[in-house]
Design a protein around this ligand. Structure first.
Ligand code: C5P
Length: 298
């Protein structure tokens, strides 16, 4: 028997980063949105753990571990530990989410693996338990389970839904060279920017009102100065997005992927055509979309 689960990439419409915590993480006030770029994880019963990664197109997956360090296998082991069972599986990951791009591709794989293995083994893990296991695996993993648009607090692992009446379109501009999340947070600390966190009330209003111009004015990422210090080349892409007619250029999470907010699907395609002249990969994606969900069960 096999189960395939699809999980979305995330972007942060607001990423407020507080000072570092004693555990090495940072307190966050963030608004996540799941967008229509997905990884699929297929789980098959097996006697030992194994993982494969395949890609459509040009994506570089050379940095994705193919051993027990892969976050999908770690997810499987955490699920077993939670239930006190000793089971194994083969996990085949079909990747479309750029690696180390600030789009939480690894978190999507972990969330998809949790749901796929829960179904494969018929464990019927309660949602709250699944969210707790997800939070131990990574700050963004619980959001990959719930999807939609959500407010994230704690280190990002505590998520609650946000009213979002928009049908947003994003142009996603990945960068060939990934950026380490930990390195960007360390640079943020070095800049001494950790400020008092606040809930982004203006963004909540813009999401409820579903107006792209209003949303564009509220998009914000505290990590942008740190990422730009580490990678000044990213400034050029930001300028290109601004010139392409996108409503706003937003760095996705810790980068290096940039996002342009568009005024609907057609506008997104126009911007993508323009940016495609200088960037090998440009994606158009709607948001919000569903979190991890079963697509085949056979
Ligand atoms: O939780 P996750 O494994 O995705 O985090 C990766 C790294 O990003 C952490 O090791 C930490 O350096 C940094 N991080 C942070 N504060 C957060 C989330 C991530 O400092 N809230």
């Amino acid at each position: 028997m096999t189960v395939t689960v699809r999980a979305p990439a995330k972007i942060n419409l607001h990423l407020g980063v507080g000072p570092g915590r004693p555990d090495g993480y940072h307190q966050l006030a963030t608004v996540y949105q799941a967008i229509g770029v997905y990884d699929d994880v297929t789980a098959t019963a097996a006697d030992t753990w194994s993982v494969t990664v395949t890609v459509a197109g040009d994506l570089d997956v050379s940095d994705v571990p193919l051993d027990e360090h892969n976050i999908a296998i770690r997810a499987g082991r955490e699920l077993c530990a939670h239930h006190g069972v000793d089971l194994c599986a083969r996990l085949d990951i079909a990747k479309s989410i750029p690696v180390a791009g600030g789009l939480a591709g690894g978190s999507a794989d972990a969330a998809a693996a949790l749901v796929a293995l829960d179904r494969l083994w018929d464990l019927r893990t309660p949602d709250d338990d699944l969210l707790a296991i997800a939070g131990r695996l990574g700050s963004d993993v619980p959001f990959a389970l719930v999807g939609g648009t959500a407010y994230g607090t704690g280190r990002g692992e505590l998520v609650e839904p946000v009213t979002d009446r928009g049908e947003w379109w994003w142009v996603v501009v990945p960068n060939a060279a990934g950026l380490s999340t930990a390195a960007v947070y360390a640079q943020y600390d070095a800049l001494g920017l950790g400020e008092h966190l606040r809930a982004p009330e203006g963004l909540f209003t813009a999401l409820a009102d579903a107006r792209p111009e209003a949303l564009a004015a509220e998009l914000h990422n505290d990590l942008e100065p740190a990422a730009l210090q580490l990678r000044p080349d990213l400034l050029e892409t930001r300028a290109e997005i601004t010139q392409s007619g996108g409503f706003a250029a937003l760095l996705s999470g810790s980068g290096p992927t940039w996002l342009a907010l568009a005024d609907g699907a057609e506008h997104a395609r126009d911007i993508a055509t323009e940016l495609g002249r200088t960037h090998p990969v440009v994606l158009c994606a709607p948001g919000p979309v569903a979190g991890a969900h079963v697509v085949t069960y056979a």
